[in-house]
Structure formats: structure tokens, C-alpha cells
Design a protein. Structure first.
Length: 157
């Protein structure tokens, strides 16, 4: 078995157990973020400036090598499929940002070496917003964005 694959499977299993412990109330979500290596301040950021300070990086540069995967119009803001793909070499992180949500960071993915940098998930969007793919590649931050129009609110809207 490939050692990288084994590491990914092992990390996935650990995160699943961690998620179950949070769901059962055995540990608090803040402890789960810390254990998984995620910054609590990043998930509480309200703007791109705050988020970049939490990540400890400079403001990102726009890149045509990043694609935001999202619908032009979301029928229901409660469940919007979004994703990103990076063609940048040495991509180590992909984050999905929703600029008009209460907290800008919606998802963060760590990309192991040798893995295609393509991620997908579902997010809540309270209203129409730009969806950003923030990518860390070779130690620098890059981004791409796409506007998504929401016809029915998902974050209390």
C-alpha cells in the first residue's frame, strides 16, 4: 500500500473519530479545531484581512490557474454545492470563502503531496455573494472568485 495513501486514510479516520466526539458532546468544537490543526481565529474571521492575519500570510494574488466550482444561481441557499480546483504546483491548502456570510471562511482543506488539488463540499449562503477559492501554493496565497446568486436564503434569510 502506498505510504501517502495510508497517511491520508489514517488522518481521515482520526478526523472522523474527532467529529463523532464533538457530536457526542465529549469535546468542544474549539478543542477539535486545535487538534486538527485548524485556527479558531480563522473560522471566526469576518473579512479577508482578518483571515489572512489568522493564516499569517500576505494578501492573495488573483490566479487564472484556480477554478471556482459553483452554480451561477443557487435555488436554495441552505445547501449550495461549491468547490475549487488548483493547477498551481505545490498546492498545500484550499479554502472556500463566502464573502457575505457572517464568517468568511466556510471550509479549509489540507492537500497532501502528490494529490490533485480539487475539493467539493456544500455550504450555506444567506444571500447572493462572491465565492472565493483561496489556495496556498509554494508558500504563497492565490485566489479566484465567482459570483453566486441565491434565490432562497440559507443562513436565517
Amino acid at each position: 500500500m502506498n505510504n501517502e495513501r495510508r497517511s491520508v486514510l489514517k488522518a481521515s479516520g482520526s478526523l472522523a473519530v474527532l467529529g463523532l466526539a464533538v457530536a457526542a458532546g465529549l469535546i468542544k468544537p474549539n478543542s477539535a479545531y486545535a487538534a486538527a490543526g485548524w485556527s479558531d481565529s480563522a473560522f471566526k474571521a469576518k473579512s479577508l484581512d482578518e483571515l489572512m492575519k489568522a493564516f499569517g500570510g500576505n494578501m492573495p494574488i488573483e490566479s487564472k490557474d484556480i477554478t471556482v466550482i459553483a452554480p451561477d444561481i443557487a435555488e436554495n441557499g441552505a445547501v449550495v454545492p461549491v468547490g475549487a480546483e488548483s493547477k498551481l504546483g505545490k498546492t498545500t491548502e484550499v479554502s472556500l470563502l463566502i464573502s457575505n456570510n457572517p464568517n468568511i471562511l466556510s471550509a479549509q482543506f489540507m492537500i497532501p503531496d502528490g494529490t490533485d488539488a480539487k475539493v467539493n463540499t456544500r455550504v450555506k449562503m444567506g444571500k447572493s455573494s462572491d465565492v472565493y477559492a483561496l489556495v496556498k501554493a509554494d508558500g504563497k496565497f492565490y485566489f479566484a472568485k465567482k459570483e453566486v446568486k441565491v434565490t432562497l436564503g440559507g443562513c436565517g434569510g
